[in-house]
Design a protein around this ligand. Structure first.
Ligand code: HEC
Ligand code: HEC
Length: 308
């Protein structure tokens, strides 16, 4: 009995430290400052003839389509979402580039995409917020339409990576996005990654091409490159074996170039803790088993620094 309790305590300690350590990557809302704009006033973005109010931009069942000529016709599920399922574009954008709190869908292999939705549906892959419910409610046909729409889009350069000790003060606000503190100032980065909009106006308008800047600890890029290309003396497995020499993906294995570093840390952590344990995720398990928080930060920083 005694040894069972001791064992349970050890298991708890191990899982809770690995689970909680990367909490910063999950973007939990910290504060929602009072709204300073008129949410019904029309807004525009450079190069688009359309205008939407913030209230319209934030309609999760009819998000803005600033550049309708840039993409093939939006499937209903991407533009409107059926029933309780919100339009995919409200979070993943019409460009499929997504925001750090969601994910990039542009260019994902269809079979990989379908499998993730199946894993969300079965619960083998857990998302704290949305995707399990959406996947359960969506028909296979609608899921495939979304997959085929997004797979045809070429990802664009989305994240600028900067190594820094001190970073702009920021908070996680509305929509679980991290924003610069309007009162200015800086703070120590410590062991985490801070990912902020390059242009807050455009990002809050859900502009399809408005990317992010990621502040990472000094030394992360060189360490990440070493882990990714060599496996770091047995710490992990060289990613190139499965994701391809240039990490552009092979067959159903997705490209990991240029992805949001917060998204990457969440995936490495979720696979390590078992929150992501889908049919083919087992292939990643040996890769992540011994990774520390610092290793995950370094790997994510280097991946984000690559052009897509
Ligand atoms: C309210 C926001 C939101 C909406 C709307 C949304 N998603 Fe997601 N999506 C997420 C989040 C959050 C994640 C998971 C991020 C993570 O694991 O850290 C995600 C992840 C995914 C992934 C996994 C990507 C990968 O690289 O493995 C797929 C596939 C996906 N979503 C498809 C869809 C489809 C299809 C729709 C439309 C029916 C949709 N999503 C609508 C928030 C959203
Ligand atoms: C033995 C093969 C293998 C190796 C080695 C490997 N991966 Fe993977 N990786 C996969 C497979 C397969 C998937 C898709 C898993 C699934 O379907 O859930 C994947 C998925 C991922 C994802 C999630 C992508 C997304 O869009 O959600 C990330 C991030 C990732 N790998 C990073 C890495 C990194 C970083 C390394 C090296 C340190 C690495 N992988 C090494 C096979 C591998």
């Amino acid at each position: 009995m005694k040894s069972t309790i001791a064992l349970l305590a050890t298991v708890w300690l191990v899982t809770s430290t690995t689970g909680v350590a990367q909490e910063w990557a999950y973007q939990v809302v910290e504060t929602i400052p009072p709204n300073e704009i008129d949410i019904n006033a029309p807004r525009m973005v450079p190069g688009s003839s359309r205008s939407y109010s913030q209230a319209e931009i934030d309609d999760d069942w009819n998000p803005p389509d600033w550049f309708p000529n840039d993409h093939s016709p939006l499937p209903a599920v991407v533009a409107r979402g059926p029933g309780n399922v919100r339009a995919c574009a409200s979070c993943h954008l019409t460009s499929g580039m997504g925001h750090p709190e969601s994910s990039q869908l542009a260019g994902l292999p269809v079979e990989y995409f379908m499998r993730q939705m199946e894993d969300f549906r079965s619960g083998a892959r857990k998302d704290r917020y949305w995707m399990n419910d959406f996947a359960r409610e969506l028909s296979v046909e609608a899921t495939r339409e979304a997959a085929e729409y997004y797979t045809a889009i070429e990802p664009i350069d989305w994240v600028e990576v900067v190594e820094a000790d001190s970073v702009p003060r920021s908070y996680v606000g509305d929509g679980r996005m991290r924003f610069r503190d309007s009162s200015g100032g800086t703070e120590l980065l410590g062991n985490r990654i801070v990912e902020l909009p390059q242009n807050r106006e455009l990002v809050t308008a859900k502009h399809p091409y408005a990317g992010f800047i990621a502040y990472v600890p000094v030394g992360s890029l060189a360490r990440g490159e070493e882990l990714i290309t060599t496996g770091g003396d047995g710490r992990t497995i060289a990613c190139t074996i499965c994701h391809g020499a240039e990490l552009r993906g092979i067959g159903e294995i997705p490209s990991i170039r240029g992805i949001s570093p917060l998204y990457a840390v969440r995936q490495l952590n979720d696979i390590q803790t078992g929150d992501r344990a889908g049919v083919q995720t087992a292939l990643m398990q040996a890769t992540v088993a011994s990774l520390t928080e610092d290793d995950m930060i370094a790997i994510a920083a280097y991946l984000a620094s690559l052009d897509p």
